[in-house]
Design a protein around this ligand. Structure first.
Ligand code: 5MY
Ligand code: ATP
Length: 408
């Protein structure tokens, strides 16, 4: 995917052939800062001259882009090159349908604009408006490529969005044959045991990816009832409106339906690139130039499959506008940043610990019987779906609200 010629320039008023936009920081992760775009008109800019928030202008000849339905995703310094996420998208061609991947347009930002974004981050830090764990990390001013990415957040009160990572949709090739936990559930168990206060702080409640991809209605309902705990739904849990939403989502992810097909295509892509067990992976030589081409290819495949095991899925549910129209569900993958090859040894190490620590076998120290993982459930018992809330208490799950993080 090539970088388009679109240039984001700081605003200079009086330029007739330009459109103006304001940038509002909506969230940031370890590697990116994400901004919402609002179209500004010359009158707005003059009347808010005390407003120092970052703004930019683009040539109005780019009429085909609906900027206000896009976010600006800007890489931080020390993060991998921005073009790598587009490389992954190119590799996924034919494996994952393109309408299930957020639209991405790499564009050029001027160094003045990037510097204005950094000044804004510093101001936020000084005013204690930046999450503590993000303080000190800044945007790479020497990398002009930034990405316009399709905005998957909720549109007013007519919709809500759930963001989650499908994670490992097939068991790890390193897992023992008699495992009763999948890779994702085994790692969750290990993180829980290693946590200081026996609590898992996550944005999204834990669920078993195998349960979701399996597509059986009861299993999907079980996983979805957990995922919906993180959504801002206008309905009480258990109410008839809530049940109607849950039913729609369960249908979407049930065997043979659109969401289920998407999960299967991600699973297929994860398998396609999987180089097999991590324990058999060769080492990357200190001097990379001496690593053989075959080894590099294997390691690159491991990087791609690990990238696909960590992508985010945005699920947007739009309520029906009238009795005639049904609700609309959109599911799109985002956060396709290619992982660093330097993580190979830590992935090997994790597999070793999961196995030797007994996490796959649910025989870890002070083991509590696994209730979430599909593999721990005797299938012949005619499993009945239930609300996930009660089971989550055993997992030590504690919801982190990104909107109220501790600031620096
Ligand atoms: O190890 P995992 O499976 O917990 O995944 C890590 C993620 O944790 P999660 O389980 O999604 O909360 C973790 O996500 P958070 O930063 O916790 O949101 C990262 O995505 C990490 O990748 P990287 O080091 O940033 O390249 C992820 O690491 P790898 O996918 O590289 O292992
Ligand atoms: N396309 C999108 N639509 C809606 N919200 C988005 C989109 N992309 C990112 N976001 C929001 O911005 C947040 C941070 O973005 P993102 O996950 O891309 O950052 P990151 O630095 O790559 O994260 P990580 O810490 O996992 O590396 C997301 O959790 C999400 O809330």
């Amino acid at each position: 995917m090539s970088v388009s010629l679109i240039q984001l320039e700081p605003i200079k008023l009086g330029q007739q052939s330009f459109r103006y936009f304001g940038l509002k920081l909506i969230d940031e992760g370890a590697a990116n800062v994400v901004y919402k775009l609002t179209e500004l008109f010359p009158g707005d800019i003059r009347s808010t001259s005390s407003d120092t928030s970052p703004k930019f202008m683009v040539s109005s000849s780019i009429a085909h882009i609906n900027f206000t339905r896009m976010l600006l995703r800007v890489r931080k310094a020390a993060a991998e090159n921005v073009e790598t996420q587009c490389d992954i998208v190119d590799k996924l061609n034919n494996l994952i349908p393109s309408h299930h991947i957020v639209q991405m347009i790499p564009v050029q930002a001027s160094s003045e604009l990037l510097s204005a974004l950094n000044s804004d981050l510093l101001t936020r830090e000084r005013q204690r408006r930046r999450p503590q764990i993000r303080c000190g990390s800044m945007i790479e001013e020497t990398n002009p490529t930034v990405v316009l990415v399709e905005d998957m957040s909720a549109e007013s009160t007519m919709s809500f969005t759930v963001e989650f990572k499908p994670k490992w949709l097939v068991q790890s090739p390193d897992a023992p044959k008699d495992a009763i936990r999948c890779r994702t559930c085994a790692l969750r168990a290990m993180k829980l045991l290693q946590s200081r206060d026996g609590k898992l702080l996550t944005k999204v409640p834990p669920f078993c990816p195998l349960e979701l991809v399996e597509g059986k209605q009861d299993f999907v309902r079980h996983a979805m009832s957990g995922l919906l705990l993180s959504a801002k739904l206008p309905y009480e849990r258990g109410s008839s409106n809530y049940e109607a939403v849950l039913k729609d989502l369960v249908h979407y992810f049930s065997d043979g339906n659109e969401g289920n097909k998407l999960l299967h295509s991600i699973r297929k892509a994860q398998q396609h690139f999987s180089p097999g067990p991590f324990r058999d992976l060769p080492e990357l030589n200190q001097d990379r130039n001496t690593t053989s081409i075959v080894t590099v290819k294997k390691l690159e495949a491991a990087v791609t499959t690990m990238t696909l095991r960590d992508v985010s899925l945005f699920l947007r549910y739009t309520f029906s506008q009238s009795k005639k129209d049904g609700s609309v569900i959109e599911a799109k993958l985002a956060d396709l940043d290619k992982k660093s090859i330097d993580k190979i040894s830590s992935w090997k190490d994790t597999e070793l610990k999961l196995q030797s620590g007994g996490y796959y076998a649910n025989k870890e120290p002070n083991a509590v019987f696994e209730k979430i993982c599909l593999l721990s459930r005797p299938r012949q018992q005619g499993y009945r779906a239930q609300d996930m809330s009660s089971e989550l208490q055993d997992t030590g799950y504690s919801h982190v609200h990104r909107s109220t993080p501790s600031t620096c």
